[in-house]
Ligand binder design. Sequence first.
Ligand SMILES: Cc1ncc(COP(=O)(O)O)c(C=O)c1O
Length: 388
Amino acid sequence: MEAKIIKVDIQRPLFYNVVREGKFTPGGKLSMGLSKYDLDTPALLLNQEALERNIAKMAAWSQEMDCAVRPHFKVHRTVRIARQQLAAGAVGITCAKLAEAEVLAEHGVENVLLANEVAGERKISRLVSLAERINFVVFVDHLEVTRQIARTARRRGVTVEVLVEVDVGMHRCGVPPGPEAVQLARLVAQEEGLRFRGLAAYEGHLVALEPGPEKTRQIKEALQPLGELRAQLEAEGLPVEMVCAAGTGSFMITGTLPYVDEVHPGTYALMDLLYAKAGAPFEFAMTVLATVISKRPGRLITDAGLKALHPVFGWPQVGGQDNLTVRFLSAEHGVLNAQGQTEVQVGDKLEFIPYYADGTINLFERWYVIRGEEVVDVWPMEARGCSK
Ligand SMILES: Cc1ncc(COP(=O)(O)O)c(C=O)c1O
């Protein structure tokens, strides 16, 4: 990633002032050539060209491997990005939350998969409403919840499409790939108001492993029971239309398995350090722009702390500045170790590459879209905060 320090005149009017004064319409064309370094900070930057290349690369992989991709929306929560993914050939969009799916439906996205379980009458009612409006598929892993979904669907004259989620070792949601999974699949197939579509899994405990033969071996071993379950159900006369799994850190392995039809990567479009270390072959398309607000011997302090950079799994890196590393983040401060002499001064701007894109994006209200150094657009995150 190319990043450099820019000496900014801190007296210059900042971009947010321009927005506030109404000279800019989000989603419209910018009337002036603004540099990303004119933006007030902390700001979330989206490198449009890198985003387009990442989306194109995944689409090319999908075509070449004949494996469908249904990108995960939970990471970017941005309808424009979802639309670009669909235009590139994605078969639909995957969500983690009903509220995300509702936002997509409101924006005319018609193929949505909720890769998660829900519980409770209120959620089930919303779920059935979605199935009324769009092509909608949901995970289940519980007999009674499955019956409740079926009852609500029958009452409303709707058919809900269902995938049985199988736990392949992450030990989050999902039924073990044995008799319990067979029993649940049979129930779904029998219940009026439901349609059994197939099986889903997420090998999330293995996605962050460094690439290599050992990672490949572990993923294949973890998913093998899923393949066996598919074969068993089909042998019993229960057609399994689709089996899906995987994310950014595993699709390249999981997507080649003969019994997997579809993968659900999310982070690949934006990328982060977590998945770069896991060998995902994509570019960093998002950064967090910060301003240096203090300088002491051996350290610099920026205005991007825990409220701008999600700290789970690891510290962010400072793009293009090998001698600067994160010492710690507090709520509103990012404290950097500065090894040796650094030219960076108070008022200068730096870009952080986040360790965890998914958590970081949701800390911001909008994307500043850049091409080169120019800010070309501002995009809303329509489903920001939609965790219900
Ligand atoms: C069910 C499910 N599918 C797929 C993914 C993949 O998303 P990503 O590629 O961002 O890791 C996740 C991530 O947590 C997930 O929970």
